[in-house]
Design a protein around this ligand. Structure first.
Ligand SMILES: Cc1ncc(C[n+]2csc(CCOP(=O)(O)OP(=O)(O)O)c2C)c(N)n1
Length: 673
């Protein structure tokens, strides 16, 4: 009879390596047991469990190169983290939410893995948002011409999220070196797979043009073999793979969950008979690689390691800086502006030409910049031609079209930025940015804070906004208030060609996510000099457009332009307005507003968004709060009534949209108060 090669040797593991695989699986199981015990003793607030998932988690990592590959494990991936090199002390620092917790400095729930040094990208608790990040990382790695592979993990519940499908699509289009590992543990909290997932997850890969495998996730050798095939495929440039690994979790979903409400003890027992740890142990014993003595020693070593780790972590200091690292670069807003800026020398162009020229300039200046979005490539260059000829000049790697999938446009930008690129994604109209709200607000804006400053997110999201162009309900919206509300984001709205240039350069050089909102009403209306040579406008610096004594008009975007048109009319009527164009909504140049309002004693805050909870409400509140004693009249806002913006009919739009004349009316009322 032929002697069969043992499974582990057939897969390239030597005897020591397969025992190490077992040790890591055992460690994962014991860390879990310890975490849950600590939680029950009231020493840890909240824990998640990996028990049952050890084979898919640990064995999958054995196919990877810890020196170059990238990982995006999800919150259940204790085994992945241990196999990748996180040590138990680091893990327990997270469990106890300590200052030295390398994942988040105590800012995230435990088991939210992150480490730039080990190429583990920061994770949130949002189901599915990691998949576009992984596609962006794999895309960045592909550009970098390494053969590094990215592996992203998630539960089967996550495959119902749009982000998962968008990432699968992106990976398929670009043949990315990306492996999707789906740990199908039969439940998404209490929802059985049959109620949350149509068809077989692994079959879905075919629809996106790459292979999918359904495997026994409790068999470490089947896991390893499938991963090795996927890794070979990815490294050789053939593209992505989806692996659906069937498994089961033995603990409840989290320490807050009562699993007896949705599954039976018999079911749990059935799956315990397929315990991956017991399976590998049995194999090692049969292979004479684990004697009784070795097993006892291993157990004792694991227990001792954990005891030391728990003690070290529990006694380590608590975090004490709740406001640090909100931004990778906190902008110091300078002194108040007292005079209008000198008009720069340069050819007179309109706003859209300025945007196109500025993009050419920044891409020339920074060879790590990448532009992508819907229709942005080649001669078409976007529906407004903002990106025209970027592909011709910089190549299709640096300016390319994306699917119509806004969440992945931003999610992939976040991932690509993690690999060192400065990404400038375009959202075709601000009205269509809403699908990406999660990626902007829950991801991009929080990356610095949630990783305790260890990751940042240098992306500049360009998008045209605003009404006055007969765009109707879905080509007219103002979105700034939603985003200016969000800590971690910087928000700018330039209204002149010079500011477009100055702010775009500054935004691209900034390490934080910047939302660069363009007033499309001004694309062809606003003309001005496009500055020759170097020109920078700092974030957090308003432009004082006109000096006056009777009232301060605070505006931005098209309304700043209209306010300036109102100036000569008001002056003719004997009212002298001062006009501030904010340019930067977040950070806000409060000193310039304060100085002006203290001089004029009257303030009119103007925007084309709805008045209710609009951006102007914040400005008005700050003026009322901080300059009350200087005011001779209530702070006034001029925004739009509570109407979805904007109706299509010219008569309706005209009735709602502010004009220089209607601004004059409001200003006169305020001046007379
Ligand atoms: C977008 C989003 N919706 C809902 C939740 C709440 N939630 C947390 S875990 C979870 C179930 C996830 O199930 P699955 O992806 O199968 O992973 P598992 O926890 O089973 O490993 C839900 C619904 C969330 N975190 N994010």
């Amino acid at each position: 009879m032929l002697e069969q090669t043992p499974d582990h040797r057939r897969l390239g593991l030597d005897d020591t390596e397969v025992v190490e695989m077992y040790r890591l699986m055992l460690m994962a199981r014991r860390v879990d047991d310890r975490m849950w015990a600590l939680q029950r003793q009231g020493r840890a607030a909240f824990v998640l469990g990996a028990s049952g998932h050890e084979a898919i988690q640990v064995a999958s990592v054995f196919a990877l190169d810890r020196d170059k590959d990238w990982l995006l494990p999800y919150y259940r991936d204790m085994g992945v983290a241990l196999a990748w090199g996180f040590d138990p002390r680091e893990i327990f620092l997270g469990v106890f939410a300590k200052k030295e917790d390398p994942m988040s400095g105590g800012r995230q729930l435990p088991s939210h893995w992150s480490d730039p040094d080990r190429r583990v990208f920061t994770q949130s608790s949002v189901i599915g948002t990691q998949f576009p990040h992984a596609a962006g990382i794999a895309h960045g790695l592909k550009f970098g011409e390494t053969d590094a592979v990215t592996v992203v993990y998630g539960g089967e519940g996550a495959t119902s999220e749009g982000d998962w499908h968008e990432a699968m699509n992106w990976a398929g289009i670009h043949d990315l070196p990306l492996i999707f590992v789906i740990e199908n543990n039969q439940y998404a909290i209490s929802v059985p797979t049959s109620e949350g997932v149509a068809g077989q997850i692994s079959d879905r890969a075919q629809g996106y043009g790459f292979p999918g495998h359904l495997i026994d996730g409790n068999d470490p050798f089947e896991v390893l073999e499938t991963m090795q095939t996927a890794v070979r495929r990815a490294r050789s440039g053939e593209g992505p793979t989806l692996i659906e690994a069937e498994t089961y979790r033995y603990y409840a979903h989290t320490s807050d969950d009562n699993d007896t409400l949705y599954r039976t003890q018999e079911e749990v027992e059935t799956w315990r008979k397929r315990d991956p740890l017991a399976k590998l142990r049995q194999y090692l014993i049969e292979q004479r690689l684990l004697t009784e003595k070795q097993e006892t020693d291993l157990d004792e070593e694991v227990v001792a390691t954990l005891a030391k780790a728990v003690e070290a972590a529990e006694t380590s200091p608590d975090p004490d800086e709740p406001t640090s690292h909100v931004y990778a670069r906190l902008i110091e807003v300078g002194e108040a502006s007292t005079t209008p800026e000198p008009v720069p020398a340069g050819e007179r162009v309109n706003l859209i030409t300025a945007i196109n020229r500025s993009l050419h300039e920044v891409m020339e200046a920074h060879d790590d910049t990448v532009v992508f979005g819907e229709d942005v490539a080649r001669r078409k260059g976007g529906v407004f031609k903002a990106t025209q000829d970027l592909t011709e000049r910089f190549g299709s790697k640096r300016c390319f079209n994306t699917p119509i999938a806004e969440s992945s446009i931003i999610g992939c930008a976040i991932g690509m930025a993690a690999t060192g690129y400065k990404v400038i994604p375009e959202i075709q109209f601000a009205d269509y940015i809403h699908p990406a709200f999660d990626q902007i607000v829950s991801e991009a804006a929080r990356i610095s804070y949630r990783s305790d400053g260890r990751w940042n997110c240098p992306i500049v999201i360009r998008t045209p906004y605003g009404a006055g162009i007969h765009g109707a309900q879905y080509h007219s919206q103002s979105i700034e208030a939603f985003y200016a509300h969000v800590p971690g984001l910087k928000v700018v709205i330039p209204s002149t060609p010079a500011d477009v240039k100055g702010l775009l350069h500054t935004a691209v050089e900034d390490p934080d996510p910047v939302l660069f909102i363009e007033p499309k009403k001004l694309y062809r209306l606003a003309k001005g000099p496009f500055p020759d040579g170097e020109h920078r406008v700092p974030l957090g610096k308003a432009a004082l457009r006109h000096l006056g004594d009777d009232l301060t008009i605070v505006a931005y975007g098209a309304m700043a332009h209209f306010a300036m048109e109102a100036v000569p009319i008001l002056e003719e009527l004997g009212v002298s307005p001062e006009v501030i164009d904010l340019r930067s909504l977040k950070p806000l140049d409060w000193p310039t507003i304060e100085r002006s309002v203290k001089k004029t004693s009257r303030a009119l805050v103007l925007h084309e968004d709805n008045e209710f909870v609009g951006y102007g409400a914040e400005i008005a509140a700050q003026i009322a709060d901080k300059t009350f004693e200087w005011l001779d009249a209530p702070v006034k806002r001029y925004g739009l009534p509570d109407v979805p913006l904007m109706p299509y009919a010219g008569s309706l739009e005209h009735a709602l949209y502010p004009t220089p004349e209607s601004i004059v009316e409001r200003a006169l009322e305020l001046a007379k108060y």
